[in-house]
Each structure stands twice: as C-alpha cells, then as structure tokens.
Write a protein that binds this ligand. Sequence first.
Ligand code: OAD
Length: 245
Amino acid sequence: MFSQELITRLKKARSVVVLTGAGISAESGIPTFRGQEGLWKKYRAEELANVEAFHQNPHLVWEWYEYRRSIIQSKAPNPAHFALAHMEQYYTDFVVITQNVDGFHRAAGNRKVLEIHGNILRSRCVECHKIYNSKPYIMKDHLPQCECGGLLRPDVVWFGEALSEDLLKQSYQAAQSCEVFFSIGTSSIVQPAASFPVVAKNHGAYLVEINVETTPLSSIADEVLLGKVGEILPELVEKAELLDK
Ligand code: OAD
C-alpha cells in the first residue's frame, strides 16, 4: 500500500508536518462536519458556528456546543492519534496543525500542536476575553457568564473570524520548511488550512493525503492513501519503523 519512495523519505526526513481534520477523530466516535452525519438537528455547522448565530440565538449555539462537548468528553483518542504521538518521538521537528477542537492530539501525547480553530473545552468572555479552561462559571438565564458580567462563548474560531496570527505564522513556517507533509482526514475546503499543504508542496515537501475519499487536494498530492486513518497510520509507522531512532 505504501510506496518505497514514501518509506525512504520518512526514514530520512528530519522535519514532518501533519494537518488534521475531523476525519482523524471520526474513529473515536466524533461526528465530522460535512456529510449526513455532520448535521445536528436540522442545522449545518456553518449555520451555528458564526458570530451572528451566537448573537441571534446564544441558547441554541450553546446547546450545540454543550452537546458536542459532552460527546468529546465521553470519547478518547484512537490509534491514529497515538501513531502521530509515536512519530513525534522519531523526528527532530514534528508539528501537528489541527482544525479539530477536541484536544485529542495533546491527550494522545503530541506536544507541538497548533490548534488553529481553538479548543472546544475552553470558554472565553466576549467582553474582557478572560479564558475559562473548565467549569464552574456563573450561569445567568441559562447562559454562562464571566465574573465581569460578560457573556461567555466557546473559545473556538467561527466562520468569518480571523485565526490567531501567531498560530497562522507558525503553521506557514512549518509548512514551508518541512520535508514531508501529511493532510489527514480533512475535506480540504476550509481556508486557510486548505492552503497549508499547497504551500508545503510548493516549497518542495513530499505531499501525502490520507482520507476515505478523494478531495480537491488529491490531484496535487504525491501520494493518496485511501482508507481509514486509524488503520493506515499505525501500519505506516510500523512499516517505516518510526517507533524509535
Ligand atoms: P469535514 O467534515 O469537512 O471533513 C472530514 C473529512 O474526513 C472528509 O474528507 C472525510 O472523507 C474524511 N474522513 C472521515 N472519516 C475518515 C476516516 N476514518 N479516515 C480518514 N478520513 C476520514 O471536516 P474538516 O475538513 O476538518 O471549522 O472541516 C474543516 C473545518 O470546517 C472544521 O474545522 C470546522 C468546519 O466547519 C470551524 O468550525 C471553523
């Protein structure tokens, strides 16, 4: 299934970057955003994950986030996450850029993780920007409130909002300087994340995609590994003997 080219490059590389999307957590039991199972009640993610929706109906948006938090808190990282944690041990330079907000990469043991869309378990005050890592916070009219009296929101990036400049800079730097870039379990349509693999490829990285289906990225990837990432990644780590150096 894996080309000799990929195995050789992985063995020789010092710097590897991985971009992950909802597909890597799908095998942990976390629904992806798109596709039929991505729907919550009758809503699409784009209809709820934006500031306007929050201002119009904070109860509905919080209900959705509490629902997603409860799913995440009842699940755990899967073999794909652990395979990436093994890979981090092997390389001098190994960065995970994730669009996921579930915190599973850190939970699996990865240390260099850029959570470009935030973290769903954190909340942030819309007034004073104080971060709350966990409950308890004050509830008022069934909505979480900051000690300053401001409304709390999930500490995630919503559609139409800018990503952290610092995280973006780190992501582009990592993409530009790596030798192998993996795009894993993402539909490759949400920007700017979808541009990282393209930047990596343009700077000479060997681009590998892992997904159960092809995406807009597939045509420029050097290698497309079609299948479940929870099966493919652990096998790749074993085949390329990436367990220790
Ligand atoms: P999507 O739901 O758009 O795409 C999930 C991808 O994972 C699809 O391409 C699936 O084919 C693939 N997939 C599913 N199961 C898989 C498996 N077991 N192994 C490998 N691949 C699998 O999720 P994202 O691309 O992460 O943003 O979505 C990007 C962003 O859009 C999210 O971070 C979120 C969303 O709206 C914000 O909330 C800002």
